[in-house]
Design a protein around this ligand. Structure first.
Ligand SMILES: [Zn+2]
Length: 336
């Protein structure tokens, strides 16, 4: 009988006491996770998720680890928008960015570049992405919660919306600052261009830090940089004809520049010399060359500072999108 009671007591321990102890040990981890899950659930319950018939799940390639993550489209966009545009920008600019990022993502899903993945997290290849943890760390502690909520709001309030041309999602290029005027894709990447990507002017972009920059190189530094691509380059710095801009694109960016015995495209000069855009002037000084640059990025499609500037002037996200992309429509993705 004693034996039976012992077994019964042991059985009780396994059934009730042991799980209780284990649960107690796990409390800190569970609490953290529960709080996070609750906050996510709260956000979702405030805003019913869009029922994407297609494109609801994205296969995201993390370039550094090679890992492919399966993630809900709008959840993925929180991380993209917060990586691509400062959270302090106007709400309407952030909404425009959310739609542009959603459109760009769906375009990438339909026009796959990566094996087994729809898009990657590298901004130089596809579109920037940042983990929530890293994003929060980079914001001031007092602003973290409000900033993340603002980003979620922009994605949630534009859920399902994409930019289309002839009922197809557009290749929604964007960049940091156009220097006041955007560029045609043909002048950056060649090809035959895209009808919805035209040259447009935007006021107010000069108010942003990305608008003006300069690069100063000694004559020798200039030669050294150009020699990485043009081994036989020779420049006579005494001759005023040896360094000069030969022609400009319609948006006043450098099309071709002469460096001694070499003619180089503005796009290549930007890359070799580390200029922020192809909208530059050259000033010759004693033993050095100064490049004064306007704008930041390739200049094609939506300018992010331009979007913010337009929002400050009272434009909404639809007006901002129609300003930068010609003859497009903003549609529900399920309707196309
Ligand atoms: Zn990529």
């Amino acid at each position: 009988m004693k034996k039976v009671l012992c077994y019964f007591f042991a059985f009780l321990c396994i059934c009730f006491l042991l799980p209780a102890l284990l649960t107690k040990q796990n409390i800190p981890v569970h609490t953290e996770q529960t709080i996070e899950n609750q906050s996510d659930e709260n956000n979702i319950s405030e805003e019913t998720p869009y029922n994407y018939v297609q494109y609801g799940t994205i296969h995201l390639l993390h370039k550094k680890t090679g890992k492919i993550e399966e993630v809900a489209l709008d959840e993925y966009l929180y991380h993209v928008v917060s990586a691509e545009m400062p959270a302090e920008y106007e709400l309407e600019a952030l909404k425009a960015q959310a739609i542009v990022a959603r459109t760009y993502t769906i375009y990438k899903v339909k026009n796959k570049k990566h094996e087994n993945a729809d898009i990657c997290d590298d901004s130089t290849c596809c579109q920037a992405w940042v983990s929530k943890e890293d994003r929060l760390q980079r914001w001031e502690e007092s602003k973290r919660e409000a900033n993340w909520k603002k980003i979620q709001q922009c994605v949630n309030e534009t859920k399902g919306k994409v930019i289309t041309y002839h009922n197809e999602p557009i290749n929604a290029f964007f960049h940091a600052n156009s220097g006041g005027i955007t560029e045609l894709p043909v002048n950056v990447w060649g090809g035959s261009g895209l009808p919805y990507l035209q040259v447009v002017e935007t006021s107010g972009e000069d108010a942003y830090s990305q608008y003006a920059s300069e690069v100063v190189l000694t004559n020798q530094e200039l030669i050294d940089k150009l020699k990485t691509k043009y081994k036989n380059i020779q420049i006579n710095f005494e001759n005023s004809e040896d360094i000069k801009i030969l022609d400009y694109t319609d948006s006043h960016r450098v099309k071709t520049v002469q460096f001694g015995n070499c003619k180089i495209s503005g796009v290549e000069a930007r890359s070799i010399l580390g200029l922020k855009s192809t909208n530059f002037e050259i000033i010759k000084e004693a033993n050095q060359i100064k490049f004064t640059v306007k704008g930041y990025g390739h200049g094609v499609g939506m300018s992010q500072t331009g979007a913010d500037s337009l929002a400050k002037q009272g434009k909404n996200y639809e007006e901002i999108i129609h300003h930068f992309y010609a003859e497009v429509e903003i549609k529900e993705v399920n309707s196309i």
